[in-house]
Design a protein around this ligand. Structure first.
Ligand code: FES
Length: 126
């Protein structure tokens, strides 16, 4: 079986982890099977918890719904739905970093500051 060397710089833990990943296998799952679980949450390519930024190489992540085409072009990847297609070196990202880049324009635009009079709220119940 063909394999590819995948190296992950896990910034938050100060670790560098490297494994041979069989072609066609998800990188996150392969690392888990080899004793090195990496950060994750949904495992479906939606939440960005497993996001990395590619330093060298490329990956196949056609199922990464939680990552825009623009962020993929900037080198971000989601390991839970990424397959190695060659040697790869990447580093973990802060969850909020990629989440904000991906979803920040839709959420988190500040607090709602309008005070709604109680009388007006009462009319909303009708
Ligand atoms: S674990 Fe949620 S996108 Fe990978």
């Amino acid at each position: 079986m063909r394999t590819h060397r995948v190296t992950i710089h896990w910034r938050q833990k100060g670790r560098v982890i490297s494994h041979e990943v069989p072609e066609g296998e998800y990188i996150l799952q392969s690392f888990e099977k080899q004793g090195d679980p990496l950060p994750f949450s949904c495992r479906n390519g939606c939440c960005t918890s497993c996001a990395v930024r590619i330093q060298q190489g490329e990956l196949d992540q056609q199922e990464a719904m939680g990552l825009s085409r623009e962020l993929r072009a900037k080198g971000y990847g989601l390991l839970c739905v990424a397959r190695a297609v060659g040697p790869l070196v990447a580093e973990t990202q802060d969850e909020d970093e990629v989440y904000d880049l991906q979803f920040g324009r839709h959420f988190g635009r500040g607090k709602i500051t309008r005070d709604i009079p109680l009388e007006e709220l009462e009319t909303w119940k009708e």
